[in-house]
Design a protein around this ligand. Structure first.
Ligand code: IMP
Ligand code: MG
Length: 178
């Protein structure tokens, strides 16, 4: 295996079990409503694909792009929204889905942009949340739902990348040497 792939942090089976729980929980939470899931590309797509198949209820999907990392170094957040997003989310219950909550800057930017489009309700779901000292956080508040809390290490796999690689690993691993 590539030396960049370190210790396995969360196995494919553990991920699958938790994603099933989240799907069931959200289906109950949104019973009788049809939320719009807004996935933050690219990191959330693997999680999203499994989540929606564990969610037995009506929902719609939209995508936004956010890039906040150059390798393992935190930088600014660049957001790209589709032109018709406003008409899709206005007046609707919206759930933002992201891979990982690190400093929280990305989710905060995405939520700010979405709030301006007038959703009926805006909630957030992340697969992972890193344990960081409070002074390292940049987002206010916290995600409404979290799959796993993890230590502050750089992780790859299950959608998460290092310089564009390793998104296709079926498990979550620590970046080798990180
Ligand atoms: P935040 O803006 O600091 O919360 O960072 C969130 C974004 O940075 C995520 O959507 C990821 O794309 C990326 N990111 C943060 N930590 C990691 C990591 O450990 N591995 C891979 N990507 C990460
Ligand atoms: Mg991301």
């Amino acid at each position: 295996m590539a030396p960049e792939v370190g210790e396995i942090l969360i196995s494919a089976q553990e991920i699958a079990g938790r994603v099933r729980e989240l799907g069931a929980l959200l289906a109950r939470e949104y019973a009788g409503r049809e939320p719009v899931l807004v996935a933050v590309m690219k990191g959330s797509v693997v999680f999203l694909a499994d989540l929606v198949r564990a969610w037995p209820g009506p929902l719609d999907l939209e995508f936004v792009s956010a890039e906040s990392y150059q390798g393992t170094q935190a930088g600014g957040v660049r957001l790209v929204l589709p032109q018709d997003l406003g008409s899709r989310v206005a007046g609707q219950p919206v759930v933002v889905v992201d891979d990982i909550y690190d400093t929280g800057a990305t989710l905060e930017h995405v939520c700010e942009a979405l709030r301006a489009l007038g959703p009926a309700d805006l909630r957030t779901l992340v697969l992972l949340r890193k344990r960081l000292p409070p002074e390292a956080r940049r987002g206010r508040g916290r995600p409404d739902w979290v799959g796993f809390e993890i230590e502050n290490r750089f992780v790859i796999g299950y959608g998460l990348d290092y310089h564009g690689r390793y998104r296709n690993l079926p498990y979550l691993a620590v970046l080798g040497g990180a």
